[in-house]
Ligand binder design. Structure first.
Ligand code: 13P
Length: 252
């Protein structure tokens, strides 16, 4: 049985005071929803203060990106070891905003994924099609290309540590949520790709999250789909009531 994971991606929001307040708001009530796993991913500069707040609680800490090298002359980058030192358990990789605004390729995401796994961080590897790709019937092709490219060379003994997030780009921050059927179709395809490359048991143990305008009002229908194992939440994760409200949908 896959435990659901509710992950908040705060993106480039929250100064230190706001991050502390938000983390306290989540930690204060997350324990009431013990049937799900919780994760918050603040901006890099707020990892340390948030880490102090979530330590010893059911809420895990994650970062929104990392670089694949261990250290050295890579101005502006963060290594897996630095994230672990800051208290992170997870790292989001290949988010569509990094792919489409900052030009991150599948090859770059792949290097990061392998480095995260080698260091002991759990990568949340994001995939998702653009609106014109969906409208031209390319969704399955795009998802397969991103799956193959971003998860190349992940060994069988490590694949169960990976979390995949399906985030259709047209549903991110737009209020346009994928229907539960649209999301489930892609999640089932991803599970099928895992089965083909690995085996049934591993494929069944990998968590596949949905992201894109998830809110308390649509969470229940999405999270009740057989292959949707949690949510990667942007906007609604900035409000503790909304974020915690998503779990109410997950626990049923
Ligand atoms: P929204 O929930 O704001 O659509 O963002 C989704 C997302 O990109 C999470 O990583």
């Amino acid at each position: 049985m896959r435990r659901k994971l509710i992950a908040g991606n705060w993106k480039m929001n929250t100064d230190r005071a706001a991050a502390i307040k938000l983390a306290r708001g989540v930690v204060g009530r997350a324990g009431m929803h013990s049937a799900v796993d919780w994760l918050v991913c603040p901006p890099f500069v707020n990892l340390f203060p948030v880490s102090e707040i979530v330590k010893g609680t059911p809420v895990a800490l994650g970062a929104q990106n990392m670089y694949h090298e261990a250290n050295g002359a890579f101005t502006g980058e963060m290594s897996a070891a630095m994230l672990l030192d800051a208290g992170c358990k997870y790292v989001i990789l290949g988010h569509s905003e990094r792919r489409h605004i900052l030009g991150e390729s599948d090859a770059a995401v792949n290097k990061k994924t392998l480095a995260a796994l080698a260091a002991g961080l759990i990568p949340i590897v994001c995939v998702g099609e653009l609106l014109d790709e969906r409208e031209s019937g390319q969704t399955a092709v795009v998802i397969r290309r991103q799956f193959d490219g971003s998860l190349a060379n992940v060994p069988a003994e490590r694949i169960e540590k990976v979390v995949i997030a399906y985030e259709p780009v047209w549903a991110i921050g737009t209020g346009k949520v994928a229907t539960p059927e649209q999301a489930e179709e892609v999640h089932a395809e991803l599970r099928g790709l895992l089965k083909q490359r690995y085996n049934e048991k591993s494929a069944n143990n990998v968590r596949i999250l949905y992201g894109g305008s998830v809110k308390p009002s649509n969470a229940r229908d999405l999270l009740s789909q057989p292959n949707i194992d949690g949510a990667l939440v942007g906007g609604a994760s900035l409000n503790p009531d909304d974020f915690l409200g998503i779990a109410a949908g997950a626990s049923n």
